[in-house]
Design a protein. Structure first.
Length: 487
C-alpha cells in the first residue's frame, strides 16, 4: 500500500479519535451538569442558561452547513430562526383569535416542531432560488437584507403577529409520562403522568440535548454523503465543481434549505421554552453571534462548532454581563470607596462591547483557524504535492523545488529536453539523448560511437539549418545567448 494511502487512513483515524473524544466529553458533561448545578446553586438557573446555550448550538450546527460545508456567507440567518419561532407561536397560542382569522389553534408541539422545520426550509429555498446565482459579497448583501426585512414584517403585521407586543401565552410541550430523579433535584425516581414541560427546566434541558444529538447524527451523515462532497467541492472551487458535472445552483439551494431547517427547528424550541416571541429577539446581532460561533469553533468541523458555540455563549451571555458585579466585588474587597467602586462598575458596563470585540480580535490573532479546526481542511492546506509547502518549523512558505520535493529533475521542463522525443522513447533515461545524439563543433548531428547514424526516425540525416539572425536580433542591443544556433 502506498504512503499516500497510509497517510489518508491515519488522518481518518485521527479525525475519528478526536471527534469521538469531543463527543464523549460533551455527553458526560451533559449528564453530569444538571445534578452538579442544582446541588451547587440550589436552583435551576444554570440549567436554564444551558438550555438557552443549546439553542445557539443548534443554530451554529445549521449555519455550519451553509458557511462551513458549502462556503456560502449568510448574514441573515436569524430570519429563519424567527420564522420557526413564529410558526410555532401563532399555532400554539390564542394570538390568531384576535387576528382577522378569528380562530385560535393549539397544535401539539411535536407536530409543530417539524412544521416549523419545513416552513423555515421553504423560506430558505424561496430566498435562495433567485439569489444563489450570486457569489461572494453580493450573496452576503442579499442575505443581510433578508435578515433585516423579516423582523420588520413581524413588526408591521401586528394584526397577525402582535407586533411590538409580541406573542405570549404559548403552549408548553406535554408528554403522557416523564421520569424524574436526582438529576432534577426531586430525590428518588418517579414516573409523572401527563407531564407538562413548563414546570421543569430540566425537561427542556433534556429535550434540547436530544435535538442536538439528532442534529449531529444527521449533519455527520450529510457530511459523508455525496451531497456533502459536492458542497465541499463548491466551497473549494465553484467553477471546477461545475466543470465536473455538479449542479451548483441546486446543490447550494439544498445547503441553504437544510441550514435554514435547523434554524426553524431551534426557533420552535425557543418559542416553547420562553413562551414569548418578539421581533426583538431576532435582530442582526443574533446572526452575527451565530456566525462568530461557527468561525470561532472551526468552520466545517461539527464538534468544533459546538465547542465554539458553548464558549462564545458563556462569554457573551454570562461572563461579560457579570463583569460589573465582579468588578464591584473586587473593589470592595480591596477597600476602595463606594464612589470609586460605582464608577468602575459603570465604566465596565459601558465597555462591554469593547471587551467582547477585544476577546474576538485576540482569538483571531492567536488561533485564526478556530478552536477545533477541520483536520481535512488542514490536510488540504498542507498537502506535500502542492507547489508551495509550509516549513516544518512554521515559517514562511517556500517553493518545493528548493526543498528537493518539486518537479523531478529528470522531467523535460527541468532538463530542457525534447518532450516528444522522451515520450516516444519512454524507456530512455533522462540524459540518454545527450549520449546518443550530440552536436559537433560545426553544429551537425552526428551519431555517438557505437551507434549507426540515423538509426532512429527522430534523428533525420540532413544538413543543419541556419536560423536567420536579423529577426532574432534585438534592436540596438546585443543578441541573446545562443541566438543563431542551428536546429
Amino acid at each position: 500500500m502506498s504512503t499516500s494511502v497510509f497517510t489518508r487512513l491515519h488522518l481518518r483515524d485521527r479525525i475519528r479519535d478526536r471527534d469521538t473524544a469531543v463527543y464523549s466529553s460533551l455527553f458526560i458533561l451533559a449528564l453530569v451538569f444538571p445534578m452538579a448545578s442544582i446541588y451547587a446553586t440550589d436552583g435551576t438557573a444554570l440549567v436554564s442558561q444551558a438550555t438557552r446555550a443549546g439553542t445557539f448550538v443548534l443554530l451554529a450546527i445549521g449555519l455550519n452547513v451553509v458557511v462551513g460545508f458549502a462556503g456560502l456567507l449568510d448574514l441573515g440567518y436569524a430570519a429563519f430562526y424567527a420564522i420557526g419561532a413564529y410558526s410555532y407561536a401563532l399555532f400554539a397560542s390564542t394570538q390568531l383569535a384576535s387576528s382577522p382569522a378569528h380562530h385560535a389553534f393549539h397544535l401539539p408541539f411535536w407536530l409543530m416542531l417539524f412544521v416549523a422545520l419545513f416552513v423555515a426550509a421553504a423560506a430558505g429555498a424561496v430566498l435562495g432560488f433567485p439569489t444563489l446565482r450570486l457569489r461572494g459579497d453580493y450573496l452576503a448583501i442579499v442575505t443581510l437584507g433578508f435578515g433585516e426585512i423579516v423582523p420588520q414584517l413581524f413588526y408591521n403585521f401586528d394584526q397577525w403577529t402582535g407586533g411590538i407586543n409580541a406573542v405570549g401565552g404559548i403552549d408548553q410541550p406535554t408528554l403522557p409520562a416523564w421520569i424524574q430523579g436526582p438529576w432534577s433535584g426531586d430525590g428518588p425516581f418517579q414516573v409523572v403522568r401527563n407531564f407538562n414541560f413548563g414546570g421543569d427546566p430540566v425537561a427542556f434541558y433534556v429535550l434540547i440535548c436530544i435535538l442536538i444529538a439528532a442534529a449531529i447524527i444527521l449533519v455527520n451523515n450529510l457530511y459523508r454523503s455525496r451531497l456533502g462532497r459536492a458542497w465541499m467541492a463548491i466551497r473549494e472551487d465553484e467553477v471546477a465543481a461545475a466543470a465536473m458535472g455538479i449542479n451548483t445552483v441546486t446543490t447550494k439551494l439544498l445547503a441553504f434549505g437544510i441550514g435554514a431547517s435547523f434554524s426553524g427547528f431551534a426557533g420552535a424550541f425557543y418559542g416553547a421554552n420562553v413562551s414569548l416571541v418578539s421581533p426583538d429577539s431576532f435582530l442582526f446581532i443574533v446572526s452575527i453571534t451565530v456566525l462568530v460561533m461557527v468561525v470561532l469553533g472551526g468552520m466545517g468541523n461539527i464538534s468544533g462548532v459546538i465547542i465554539g458555540a458553548l464558549v462564545l455563549y458563556y462569554v457573551v451571555y454570562y461572563l461579560i454581563p457579570g463583569l460589573p458585579e465582579n468588578v464591584r466585588s473586587l473593589a470592595n474587597s480591596i477597600g476602595l470607596s463606594s464612589e470609586t467602586t460605582r464608577s468602575l462598575a459603570d465604566a465596565t458596563q459601558h465597555l462591554n462591547y469593547i471587551i467582547y470585540g477585544g476577546i474576538l480580535v485576540a482569538m483571531m490573532l492567536l488561533r485564526p483557524q478556530g478552536l477545533l479546526p477541520s483536520r481535512v481542511r488542514e490536510q488540504e492546506a498542507d498537502r506535500p504535492d502542492q507547489a508551495l509547502r509550509r516549513s516544518r518549523r512554521g515559517g514562511q512558505r517556500e517553493p518545493e523545488h528548493q526543498a528537493g520535493r518539486g518537479v523531478r529533475a529528470d522531467r523535460p521542463q527541468r532538463r530542457r529536453q525534447d518532450h516528444s522525443f522522451q515520450q516516444r522513447h519512454w524507456s530512455l533515461p533522462a540524459d540518454e539523448r545527450t549520449r546518443r545524439v550530440r552536436r559537433t563543433r560545426h553544429h551537425r548531428l552526428q551519431a555517438a560511437p557505437g551507434c549507426a547514424p540515423g538509426d532512429r526516425a527522430d534523428v533525420p540525416e540532413h544538413p543543419a539549418l541556419r536560423l536567420h539572425d536579423v529577426p532574432r536580433q534585438r534592436p540596438g542591443r546585443a543578441p541573446r545567448p545562443h541566438e543563431g544556433d542551428s536546429v
